[in-house]
Design a protein around this ligand. Sequence first.
Ligand code: G3P
Ligand code: CA
Length: 239
Amino acid sequence: MVLNFAHRGSLTEAPENTLPAMQKALDHNIRGIELDVQLTRDNKLVVIHDQELARFNKMFPGYVKDYTLKEIKQIDIGSSFSEEFTGVSLATLDEILEILPENILLNVEIKNIPIVYKGIEQAVTDCLKNHKFEDRVIVSSFDHEALKNFQELNPDIPIGLLFYYRLLKPWEYARYCGLDIYSIHPMQNWTDRKLIEECHSLGYKVFPYTVNSESRYEQLLDYGVDGVFSNNPDIFTKL
Ligand code: G3P
Ligand code: CA
């Protein structure tokens, strides 16, 4: 079965990575949701893509790591999306795990580049365990050191290798990097039939990001992709 993920929730319908974005995503034909996590100054997990707040509220300079959770919860990030979402703040990972139904697979992406959050792997571990999410999560990161740390803590939770660049033989990297890799998450631009077949021959799933057009989605299905991340979950008409 193809595993399709709404990327940062449904980011065209609500502020990305927030609770409303997750709720909107659930109205679509998805199997999973992807989100990004980072740590506040007081080491709380918040769900946000950027390491800075400026894209969401220009009144708050600096980085997520500069603010406590209490401070972050008071920042309106919703009105930068639209007036309808005025007052919406960043969500904690806890808050999002509370509302996701049991049939939804979660992809937690640990954002750890260029700022390295000491202890983020343990924080993600604790949160997933508290919510009994260990059986319905894939943890991914562009920071493969973070994946190593996470796998040492959680040998049974699947991990996904994220790549941004056009690598030579990423499947060989996956094979020899010393981690037990479940899936490879390449940029969709570099994803072709050969990449998918080579990954499959070594037992890796392939989940490219970010696939927004139906024609590209159908092409990737023809190549045998295992699922995609999309900003446009309406393309998931074929499963
Ligand atoms: O996890 C897939 C995708 O979200 C990675 O890129 O920059 O959107 O977090 P980015
Ligand atoms: Ca992401």
